[in-house]
Design a binder for this molecule. Structure first.
Ligand code: FES
Length: 136
């Protein structure tokens, strides 16, 4: 009876994946970036709204100076409502309790910091390749 058990183990070893199969099944360590906008979608001094593919919530890309792109999550750091960008790209406001954030650094204004103890909006890392703007 013990011999039968060994034979079964031996046959399952032959089903082990080959090195080639393992190499193709191991995911790359570099995360794939996801294109979220074109640089032409965000003229200098404007704001562009997109859905962050990592969180599924709205986010904003700004170009405060030519060639400088920054992005923030729209999730208010007070209690998580979605902030809206001012049309002139000068900042963000939250309708839930009145938080206001700066567009240059995502920081809450002084009143928001004191009364709501909000922290800066979460920054989203961007990659610019040609005319494509991506998030990791
Ligand atoms: S959740 Fe935005 S101000 Fe309270």
């Amino acid at each position: 009876m013990a011999i039968v058990g060994l034979a079964a183990c031996s046959s399952s070893d032959s089903a082990a994946p080959t090195e080639e199969e393992l190499a193709t099944s191991v995911p790359s360590s570099a995360p794939a970036s996801k294109v979220v906008a074109k640089t032409s979608d965000v003229p200098v001094g404007s704001v562009f709204k997109f859905t962050d593919p990592n969180s599924g919530i709205p986010a904003y890309i700004l170009q405060p100076a030519a060639g400088t792109f920054i992005a923030y999550s729209s999730k208010c750091t007070h209690q998580g409502c979605i902030v809206e960008a001012y049309p002139d790209a000068s900042g963000f406001a939250c309708a839930c309790h009145g938080a206001k954030y700066d567009s240059v650094n995502g920081a809450p204004d002084e009143a928001t910091s004191k009364s709501l103890t909000a922290t800066p909006l979460a920054k989203i890392a961007l990659t610019i390749e040609g005319d494509q703007i991506s998030v990791a």
